[in-house]
Design a protein around this ligand. Structure first.
Ligand code: DGL
Length: 280
């Protein structure tokens, strides 16, 4: 695919917008196709088989646009199904695990890193494996936070939202004994409630706690990839097209709020018609 191919980005819902927000800023001339699988969210409480099946369908849909690169802006899919995606599609595919793990190691001084992520991501332990293979002396403690995704998808995102604060305190308090100095937000939905998580971590852990946003780190990795491979667009107008697999209304509202601009072009697609089969 040439320089003017699109960058495909997907997540189970709104979470991947945390990567899109950064991509728009650092790669303003690129065409981005975003897919949020809102009809099947959440992914992070499902089995690896189902997560892989959904991820293959999602990439199958995005591949119909002619991509020069793809960003799996979903911690769960990046942890569980990146290998399956890379074997199935002949597109350079970046996930969010490595970039965020690297960043956390560069920030942590006490070498104790916490991972807040979906239960599937914590169980898979891809961050921990990557860190153990590439860096010395770090320990990682993962906490599954299954309540965060429904809170975000249902717009319980304000910094002073009591419900979200209580849930954040519940999860963060499990880290007290471990006392990390850096937290990876390993699910891309979580930076949408970053302030709530940060307030809780400052209150219960330490004032100097560092937070790593996986979507943001992966967006920088995509830029680096385009740079290394001479794939920056040739002066086309940057734009983002949004697709979802359920009702567009809620997505449009929340996305507009989060990205700080009106999102008009959201289209609903039938993801089941992009079902991936090996001999497509
Ligand atoms: N945003 C996703 C992640 O990064 C998926 C969350 C979910 O659907 O459970 O893990």
């Amino acid at each position: 695919m040439g320089n003017n191919g699109a960058i495909g980005v997907f997540d189970s819902g709104l979470g991947g917008l945390t990567a899109v927000r950064v991509l728009k800023k650092i790669l303003p001339d690129e065409k981005i196709i975003y897919f949020g699988d809102t009809g099947r969210v959440p992914y992070g409480t499902r089995s690896p088989e189902i997560i892989t099946k959904y991820a293959l369908d999602d990439m199958n849909f995005l591949s119909s646009f002619g991509l020069k690169a793809a960003l799996v802006a979903c911690g769960t899919v990046s942890s569980v199904a990146l290998g399956a995606l890379r074997s199935a599609f002949d597109i350079p595919i970046t996930g969010v695990v490595e970039a965020s793990a690297k960043k956390a190691c560069s920030l942590s001084k006490n070498k104790r890193i916490a991972l807040l992520a979906t239960p599937a991501t914590v169980k898979n332990a891809a961050h921990e494996k990557y860190i153990n293979e590439n860096f010395d002396g770090y320990s990682v403690m993962g906490i599954g936070c299954p309540m965060f995704v429904p809170l975000v998808e249902n717009a319980y995102v304000a910094r002073d939202c009591k419900v979200t604060q209580i849930i954040a305190d519940e999860y963060i308090s499990k880290l007290r004994e471990f006392s990390p100095d850096c937290i990876i937000l390993g699910c891309t939905h979580y930076p949408i409630i970053r302030e709530v998580i940060l307030d809780s971590a400052r209150k219960l852990l330490s004032d100097d706690i560092q937070i790593v946003d996986s979507g943001e780190e992966a967006a920088h990795e995509i830029k680096h990839f385009l740079e290394q491979n001479n794939l920056f667009s040739d002066g086309q107008m940057g734009c983002v097209e949004y697709y979802v697999s359920d009702e567009v209304y809620g997505f449009r509202e929340s996305a507009s709020l989060f990205l700080g601009e009106n999102i008009e072009s959201v289209k609903k697609i039938d993801i089941t018609s992009y079902h991936y089969t090996e001999n497509k």
